[in-house]
Design a protein around this ligand. Structure first.
Ligand code: Q5B
Ligand code: MG
Length: 284
């Protein structure tokens, strides 16, 4: 599974915006049936998304279904599988039991409809979800990665979303650690609500990247460019990786497992990081 960088949410009852989003440059669109759609609009949004899923597309399209605590999730899932969504996002993901339940439902639905398995991204956005993140990540093979929802999470832990990252430092790091331990892709970071605060947004991207998260949930097209840029290797990183690998491979050929480059020690983990950067360049 490829590690996508930019995931743009678009409300599922707005056909014009969903259609436009298809060419906005995000790796993934998330047509939303949950918190961006009023209760009275849920059935209309499901029909509107059905139409948009039929449109030709060069990006992936996921559907954020309603949570298992609602009466909507069942029809949401059937629509997503029936109309060829590339993945589904489960909001308010709290534990592995939920994931196993969804996985079983999807497996039965896919075999009935002769469809291949759809990707599942649990959106972790509560204290319980964070503490059980490892169990959630291991609960089904179709879970490619976790996503973090800080707006609901900060409400759940009775604080507020500062935009500086202080109050979500632990949750972000815990999701990174749980994902690595479970052997799945790094988690996708939370939305940043300040759609006019480009500097704050870019700072938030860099903090998330440094903590080991990869990719970001977005709420506006003007957040796509910075996200794709920050989560792609920079020219400096590519040049550094090439230099490190050349020096390390020469040292290794001479029977050494460690060498100094630019005044810093380079051993296997550093060389592996350089290889990972260059392999991401090839994939991009
Ligand atoms: C905020 C606002 C209403 C502002 O609208 P405005 O109209 O004032 O924006 P403008 O700047 O005037 O738009 C300029 C041009 O961009 C187009 N355009 C704007 N937004 C677009 C878009 N999203 N998709 C495609 N196109 C778009 C627009 O159509 C126009 O196109 P055009 O007319 O052609 O020029 C709008 O952005 C919006 O609805 N955002 C998505 C909100 C959403 O999905 N929330 C749920 C997911 S988060 C969540 O649930 C939290 C979480 O669960 C998860 C977590 O945290 O990670 C948690 O718990 O934490
Ligand atoms: Mg939420």
């Amino acid at each position: 599974m490829f590690a996508y960088k930019s995931f743009l949410f678009t409300p599922g009852n707005n056909a014009k915006r969903m259609e436009k989003a298809l060419s906005a440059g995000a790796d993934v669109l998330i047509f939303d049936l949950e918190d961006a759609v009023a209760i009275s609009e849920k059935a209309n949004a499901r029909n509107t998304i059905t139409g948009c899923l039929e449109l030709p597309r060069s990006c992936k399209v996921y559907v954020r279904i309603n949570g298992l605590e609602t009466n909507f999730w069942h029809d949401d899932l059937i629509m997503a599988v029936q109309h060829g969504a590339d993945g589904v996002m489960l909001p308010k993901a709290e534990d592995d039991e939920q994931i196993k339940f969804i996985d079983k439902f999807l497996t039965e639905l896919e075999s009935k409809q002769g469809k291949s398995p759809i990707d599942l991204i649990p959106l972790v956005e509560s204290a319980r979800g964070v503490i059980l993140a490892f169990n959630i990540a291991c609960a089904a093979k179709r879970v490619s990665r976790l996503a973090f929802g800080a707006l609901d999470y900060t409400m759940d832990i009775e604080t507020s979303f500062s935009g500086e990252g202080t109050e979500i430092f632990y949750a972000r790091s815990h999701l990174v650690n749980a994902s690595r331990a479970a052997g799945i892709l790094p988690p996708v970071d939370t939305v940043f609500p300040g759609i006019k605060d480009q500097d704050g947004f870019e700072r938030d991207l860099l903090i998330a990247k440094q903590l080991g998260m990869f990719g970001k949930l977005l709420i506006h097209p003007n957040q796509i460019e910075a996200t794709n840029r920050v989560f792609s290797p920079s020219e400096e990183e590519i040049e550094w990786a090439r230099r490190i690998l050349a020096a390390f491979e020469a040292a290794e050929a001479a029977g050494q497992g460690v060498v100094q480059v630019d005044g810093k020690m380079v051993d296997y983990p550093v060389a592996d990081r350089a290889r990972r950067i260059l392999s991401q360049v090839d994939r991009n």
